[in-house]
Design a protein around this ligand. Structure first.
Ligand SMILES: [Mg+2]
Length: 237
């Protein structure tokens, strides 16, 4: 057990270390265009979001669940008349997402390099297991992490468990991520520091109110400021 106040730093992956949401948006545009003769774009998008929300409890987060939700929405908006060719295009779009090259975000690699050695670094991500393993391998960032946790959801209990396993408990840990709902609020609830690094694109189901009156909450425009912030927290404690 370290005497230091902060020993372990958790990083979200999608839209924190590499691009993710933009691929969902592009695929959604393609999906809406495919069904263009069956309704307005906003209406079809709305039905897709409803399907995703309904299906989260069955499929969890990730591209496979998104693909199934697109198929379900196509059946719904065509009132059961969706041609097999359209289903085939939806499946192909999902597979293309699963094969898309990983684009790491600016400053991700250098930030992790600067912190490694001094802190235990843990990748904490949700989504399809296979897809997240692929992206981590392709990103070239895998070796920097002391631990990798691909979880089905991110709750306060998740952070308590992960930071107990890989560090000195949630109280001595920090979570860094782009989602207030998944990365920030539950990490704060577990007693950790939480650093919100917003991404221009955030999925509607990841929105949440910004926390107020939380001394351990910080917000940064990008990852450049993370190392200085962590150093400052170390001095203040
Ligand atoms: Mg994310």
């Amino acid at each position: 057990m370290s005497h230091r106040a902060l020993t372990t730093i958790g990083f979200d992956a999608d839209d924190t270390l590499w691009q993710n949401e933009q691929f969902f948006r592009l695929t959604e545009e393609r999906f809406v265009a495919l069904l263009g003769s069956h309704g307005e774009a906003a209406e079809i998008s709305g039905k897709l979001l409803e399907a995703e929300r309904r299906n989260l409890a069955f499929y969890g987060f990730g591209i496979k669940g998104f693909t199934l939700s697109m198929i379900e929405t196509a059946i719904e908006v065509t009132k059961g008349d969706v041609p097999a060719g359209v289903i085939a295009e939806i499946l192909a779009a999902g597979r293309e997402m699963l094969a898309h090259p990983v684009e790491t975000l600016p400053h991700a690699a250098e930030t992790l390099q600067a912190l490694s050695g001094e802190y235990r670094l843990v990748l904490i991500t949700k989504g399809d297991l296979f897809d997240q393993e692929r992206k981590l391998a392709q990103s070239g960032l895998g070796d920097i992490f002391d631990g990798v946790e691909i979880v089905s959801d991110k709750s306060a209990a998740t952070y308590e468990r992960v930071f107990a396993r890989h560090g000195d408990g949630a109280q001595k840990a920090m979570m860094v991520g782009n989602s207030l709902k998944s990365d920030i609020l539950p990490a704060l609830a577990a007693g950790s520091w939480a650093v919100h690094v917003p991404h221009a694109l955030t999925w509607a189901l990841e929105h949440a109110e910004e926390p107020e009156g939380q001394g351990r909450y910080h917000k940064l425009p990008d990852l450049i400021g993370l190392h200085p912030l962590i150093r400052k927290i170390g001095q203040d404690c």
